[in-house]
Design a protein around this ligand. Sequence first.
Ligand code: PEP
Ligand code: MN
Length: 337
Amino acid sequence: MIIIMKPDASQEAIAKITSLVEANGLQVHLSRGSEVTIVGVVGDKTKLNGANLEIADGVEKIVAVTESYKLANKKFHPDDSVIRVGNTTIGPGTLTIMAGPCAIESQDQLMQTAFAVKKAGATFLRGGAYKPRTSPYSFQGLEEEGLRYMKEAREATGLNVICEVTSQHAIESAVKYVDMLQIGARNMQNFELLKEAGRAHIPVLLKRGLSATIDEWLNAAEYIMSEGNENVVLCERGIRTYETATRNTLDISAVPVLRSRTHLPVIVDPSHATGVRAYVAPLARCAIAAGADGLMIEVHPNPACALSDGPQSLTFEQFEQLTGELRPYADLAGRSF
Ligand code: PEP
Ligand code: MN
């Protein structure tokens, strides 16, 4: 349930409502917009039966929220969120480009890639230190050694760095080295991991699960937010369908759907969505047109020798060409990078 206050509601009226709700054992989430203040009520609203909130001083109206996610819900927070990460922000007006290798393979590979993606306009270096591979015999990542290379690349380039975490232990290590945690598709409904990320003090990029509905995805974001970490960014990375021509099927409609349901920023990963280098550019353009706040793209110094996801990775030259081509699209969408 949300309580929409009148535009001229006094601070005293807002405080009174807040304490009334809390006194009944519910939690309050206040959202002060440019026009109105919204009091989000989290918990069992039947406890408020008889409180007559509709006629309380300063209250405009009460709106029932039927979706089970509250903190991620746009009804609670009508203004789109801007998430501050490291030295930058993700959200309206900006096209955030995250780029880098699928897996961190060596210090040299990561450092070269960091300088190349920065030159082409990326503000984030991505790279996996803990790789959730389909086969246990595939390269599993350099773990903490990889995180150290990430930090070095960040210090050398000024890029923000993001790494996937797959366990509580990985979160404890990663927060010491990176600016943002990534929860991958395979862990989108690992609820213990989501709660742990919610207790971390850095922002989280939450990828869509392989077969997750948008509602399940937003509930996963709610798990993180309800632990106190509201700095969540969503990443559409393709879903499983019957189509086999691409690795996954990019659900581009998820971008406008999310826009209407949540205030959280949304980015698109055309690399994992397609699995094919040649399809990355057209879908990146498409993502900007659909309203995405950013892109995550895999880049490798030598994709033919990559230890994972070589076929979808761009070379440095291809990535630079792509970002050059994307600038007019970003301008048209009113976003800078
Ligand atoms: C990744 O970004 O490296 C990755 C494994 O992606 P996803 O979780 O979307 O498969
Ligand atoms: Mn990958």
